[in-house]
Design a protein around this ligand. Structure first.
Ligand code: ACM
Ligand code: ZN
Length: 534
């Protein structure tokens, strides 16, 4: 009898479909959520139609992505179909439309009422942000129908730039994983993928006019074990992205309204290239693709005219593959010791009347800025680029704390805030490091990420120069997709609210209460994440 009882309960449990727990308490939290006080709900049925006006590829793609999301998240099918007019027999459940009057192109309004669900955007991009909100509201559990409380959500992001850096140079990550990385970014409303793919430890961007760069420069003989222990693994390591793959990633990102910013880190972090072209270094080499971590003394020679020629060839192809308005030219951790001793560099300083080697870096940056400006591009550099004076249109990415960003904003330069105090997600996220995968060190819990105020210490006028915040995932110690995802989640949730919400709407305790549902989604989608939240 007892056995029959348990069999029956199993049958009953599996036969009763679980009801979706719809809640608009998602991450990032929308700016305004007005629930209908009467508690009425709209029932969305399996097989419902999602419609949009034909003749707009972006809206067709939006509808298709919504259908994919609901299917992968909850196994719930909806059917995209253009230009469907509602009839009694065929009611339209979800309508995607344009025409919202709002100067912010990412603004959207999501309404649920007796007529169904409508997402109206200022542009297709706004509609997409609303789609991400809707899927998170529906969550992972849907049976044959989902009951959505009537609501009006009016939403738009605080910052126009919401970035995530991924270092695919210290370690190579497959294209399929980069797509998943972009999916996770889109889920959190992020819109700029900063792709760091050239380094001392490997050059991973195909340059067709210089095939040796990837053929030889992408390969290091071995990799140091642990934190520069002097013991090496004896395994050759390589991998690079063809231009075809880069284009595929750009296209995949664009469907999710994410811009891809490539970074050619210069004049330091260049051993991958110097291995192939030793004549571009001050000493003439030979140089190895580096097998350890840290900052190399060997950098590009600023006095050799071939250096600028080389960089312009690289940037020609970068600009050809990546449509991004912004191109990153690095500039961090580039020691100037070699330049001090190099006759070519010293002659160049004399010729230009420069008094400090930092100004040589500015000279390179200015040359490249003029070159790229003619192609309609703006350059971003790490905050070291401030040291020799900024070029006219330079954008500063502040990483050594916020002070570089503050100084740049005060000089009326555009700034992206990614201070290592709050945004370096290669640090440990739990106090107890045992049981966590090894990381570079440090301690950056979710709460610290959440506490970032990107415009702190700036006047209202200066704050306008802050384009937005970005988290950086450096990968010296991160070699596999699951580890990368673990470092990202849930700190990406925290930065997403810093990026999206006005400062006075942020609330860490309320944020924490919204996390478990996001984690249900990560479980469903097979994403690894850190379960502890400190
Ligand atoms: C950096 O972390 N070196 C930008
Ligand atoms: Zn030199």
């Amino acid at each position: 009898m007892k056995k029959l009882f348990s069999i029956l309960s199993v049958v009953m449990l599996t036969a009763v479909p679980c009801k979706a727990q719809v809640t608009y308490d998602v991450i990032p939290l929308p700016r305004s959520v007005e629930l209908n006080p009467k508690g009425e709900v709209y029932t969305l049925n399996r097989g419902a139609i999602v419609t949009y006006a034909s003749g707009n590829d972006k809206m067709a793609s939006n509808a298709q992505l919504l259908a994919e999301f609901l299917n992968t998240d909850a196994g719930f099918q909806v059917v995209p179909q253009a230009d469907v007019k509602p009839t009694k027999k065929q009611p339209v459940a979800i309508t995607l439309s344009l025409g919202l009057q709002n100067p912010n192109r990412e603004a959207y309004r999501l309404t649920v009422d007796k007529k169904g669900i409508t997402i109206q955007g200022a542009t297709e991009e706004g509609v997409f942000r609303g789609i991400e909100t809707l899927r998170k509201a529906i969550g992972t559990k849907a049976g044959d129908s989902v009951e959505l409380p009537y609501v009006t959500i009016t939403d738009e992001p605080r910052f126009p730039y919401r970035g995530v850096l991924f270092d695919c140079a210290r370690h190579y990550f497959p294209v399929e994983f980069i797509k998943q990385f972009l999916d996770v970014m889109a889920l959190h409303g992020c819109n700029n993928f900063h792709w760091h793919f050239t380094e001392d430890q490997g050059w991973r961007f195909e340059v067709k006019s210089m095939p040796e760069l990837t053929k030889k420069g992408s390969i290091r003989k071995q990799t140091v074990i642990g934190r520069n222990t002097g013991i090496y693994d004896g395994q050759e390591y390589g991998g690079y992205y063809t231009q075809q793959e880069c284009r595929e990633i750009v296209e995949y990102a664009a469907k999710r309204f994410i811009n891809v910013i490539p970074e050619i880190d210069l004049p330091g972090h260049m051993l991958g290239a110097l291995h192939v072209y030793p004549e571009l270094g001050c000493t003439g080499g030979p140089y190895d693709v580096w097998c350890q971590w840290g900052v190399s003394a060997d950098v590009l020679c600023a006095g050799n005219p071939k250096t600028l020629e080389f960089l312009k060839h690289v940037l020609d192809e970068v600009a050809d593959v990546f449509p991004s308005k912004y191109i990153h030219i690095g500039g961090d951790e580039s020691p100037r010791d070699r330049w001090k001793k190099c006759p070519k560099c010293q002659a160049k300083m004399k010729e230009l009347g420069l008094t400090h080697e930092a100004e040589l870096q500015t000279y390179i940056n200015k040359e490249l800025e003029a070159y790229m400006h003619a192609k309609g591009r703006d350059l971003i550099g790490w905050d070291e680029t401030l040291e020799g004076g900024l070029s006219e249109n330079a954008i500063v990415m502040s990483w050594r704390g916020s002070k570089g960003g503050i100084a740049a904003a005060q000089q009326h330069h555009r700034v992206i805030m990614s201070p290592n105090t709050h945004c370096y997600i290669d640090y440990y996220q739990l106090k107890n490091q045992w049981g966590q995968p090894m990381s570079i060190g440090g301690y950056l819990p979710v709460s610290k990420v959440y506490s970032l105020e990107p415009t702190a210490e700036l006047s209202e006028e200066e704050a306008k120069y802050i384009m937005g915040p970005q988290v950086n995932l450096w990968c010296e110690y991160v070699a596999y997709p699951q580890h990368a995802m673990y470092m990202l989640l849930p700190r990406l949730d925290a930065i997403s609210e810093v990026q999206w919400l006005p400062a006075d709407k942020k609330d860490f305790e309320a944020f924490k209460s919204r996390l478990p549902r996001m984690m249900e989604l990560y479980d469903k989608l097979g994403y690894t994440y850190c379960h502890g939240v400190e």
